[in-house]
Design a protein around this ligand. Structure first.
Ligand code: XIL
Length: 481
């Protein structure tokens, strides 16, 4: 059980709840392995220099990330393009050198049959990883690479407006880079507390601003979320008059209906019910005000209201159930598959399952397990999306834990790439400065793709994790951590 699971359990009420019967006979198996390569031979030295020797049979256009010194402008992480040819007899040839003292960057030349990537990797990246990053053959951004891999987008959660990131020019420049992010998920602004602060009094100011910001750079929006245990308004959790099944059902349906109506087709999808299931026992219904008052029918009422709102407004918006600890084939995933089947058998709209994927470095499911799990969902004729990917570490990060983290990012993204109905991957924000992790999991952090060595409102630097995502999107085999 992850720290997050324990934390969430701690938040749950002690009310008894019954496991949905479709979870009754399943077993939980989580295999944690490291990826081995099939088509590449790579050797890795663990300290200053890395050497990759590749044998591939493909041609690709790549971009080499420049060496950067983090004292300049927000273009510190801008890539440079070059072209790399890979034939069946000669190997990818990518040579790039980085120097911590280098203030500018130069594209690598493609000169030999041996791919050599040299980098300066400090053993204490949280403190001194300020000027260099691991050079990697790249496309012009994660979203571009995701599209090239047949995915709809590579996206990110963002907590704007009204937050530090919403006022950080370096953050916003990267967020607005359509080559990096083709999707955006509002981390908070569309949640219940924000959209219906008083009963039947709606406030869409923050959500509308988010939509405007996301659409300004052509992003699709995974709207998040309609019904959840957390971040509710006081009038829901502390009602003046105790709820009955009928009054709370009416309130639930009204919220779902009005919010879907308001945002309409600005939403690519809605997470209709967030985190409906528990970890203890895994796959049982989670206790919350909805379940405790209405019982499991609350879940189907939410989807029924959503289905009707989509139809009544002639929308194309897709409806998802979203949860964590369903990224591998355990009881909770199997129970979620049961929910999908039940929704379908009731004729309700269910288009996809969101796999949150809040992982801990070194404790993530193996790529093969994630693929098998995704396929178990897609076999039910629904899509999957990796909706909230981050990989946290025990602080301080070390060179070893950062390498592990890169591999973990790689495995999840590679799993999505290899499953046709995995629509895309969304990271749960992209700069450590603004990550939800440190405040939620004390002692852990360093979970995102970028850092700001100078703190808020200073240039971003790509981490190894970024390269892991890009390498997965480009179909490159990963070096074992
Ligand atoms: C988190 C936000 O990132 C935080 O800013 C907020 O304080 C709490 O919620 N699973 C979800 C997301 O589905 O809505 C949560 O977002 C992270 C866990």
């Amino acid at each position: 059980m992850t720290t997050r699971s324990l934390l969430t359990l701690g938040l749950l009420a002690s009310t008894a709840f019954a496991a949905p019967n479709w979870a009754a006979t399943s077993t939980t198996t989580v295999t944690k392995t490291k990826t081995t390569t099939e088509h590449e031979t790579k050797t890795k030295t663990t300290t200053v220099h890395e050497t990759k020797t590749k044998t591939e049979t493909e041609t690709k256009t790549t971009t080499l990330k420049p060496t950067v010194t983090v004292t300049g402008s927000c273009s510190a992480s801008a890539p440079l393009s070059s072209s790399t040819s890979v034939s069946s007899t000669s190997s990818a040839s990518t040579s790039a050198s980085s120097s911590a003292s280098s203030a500018t960057s130069s594209p690598s030349s493609v000169t030999s049959a041996t791919a050599t990537t040299s980098s300066t990797t400090n053993t204490n990246p949280t403190i001194t990883k300020t000027a260099t990053d691991v050079p990697t053959a790249t496309a012009s951004g994660l979203n571009v690479a995701a599209k090239n891999a047949g995915k709809r987008w590579l996206g990110t959660a963002a907590d704007i407006p009204g937050t530090g990131e919403g006022a950080d020019p370096y953050y916003l420049a990267e967020f607005s880079n359509a080559n990096e992010f083709g999707e955006a998920t509002p981390a908070n602004t569309m949640k219940f507390f924000a959209t219906e602060p008083q009963q039947n009094v709606f406030n869409f100011t923050g959500g509308d601003y988010f939509v405007q910001q996301a659409k300004a750079s052509g992003k699709e929006i995974r709207c998040h979320n309609l019904i959840w245990a957390n971040q509710l308004s006081d009038w829901v959790t502390s009602p003046a008059v105790p709820w009955t099944n009928a009054t709370l059902t009416a309130a639930l349906r009204n919220h779902v209906t009005k919010v879907i109506e308001h945002f309409g087709d600005d939403c690519y999808s809605w997470d209709v019910v967030n985190e409906p299931l528990s970890d203890s026992p895994a796959g049982a219904w989670a206790a919350n005000v909805w379940y405790n008052t209405i019982g499991e029918e609350y879940f189907f009422q939410a989807f029924d209201a959503a289905t009707q709102a989509v139809k009544a407004n002639n929308l194309a918006v897709k409806l998802y159930v979203n949860d964590y600890n369903i990224e591998y084939l355990g009881n909770k995933s199997i129970a979620t598959q049961g929910l999908v089947k039940e929704l379908k058998s009731r004729g309700l709209q269910i288009d996809g399952v969101g796999l949150e994927s809040h992982f801990i470095a070194g404790e993530t499911p193996a790529k093969a397990d994630q693929v098998a799990n995704m396929q178990a969902f897609t076999a039910l004729d629904v899509d999957v999306v990796v909706t909230e990917l981050d990989v946290r570490l025990d602080l301080p990060a070390t060179a070893a834990s950062e390498s592990q983290q890169k591999l973990d990012y790689y495995n999840t993204v590679a799993a999505c790439v290899s499953v046709a109905r995995c629509v895309g991957v969304v990271v749960w924000d992209f700069v450590d400065t603004y990550s939800w992790i440190p405040s939620t999991f004390p002692g852990q952090g360093y979970g995102d793709l970028f850092l700001q060595p100078g703190g808020a409102n200073t240039p971003l630097v790509k981490k190894e994790a970024y390269d892991g995502v890009l390498e997965a999107l480009e179909g490159l085999a990963e070096i074992a951590a």
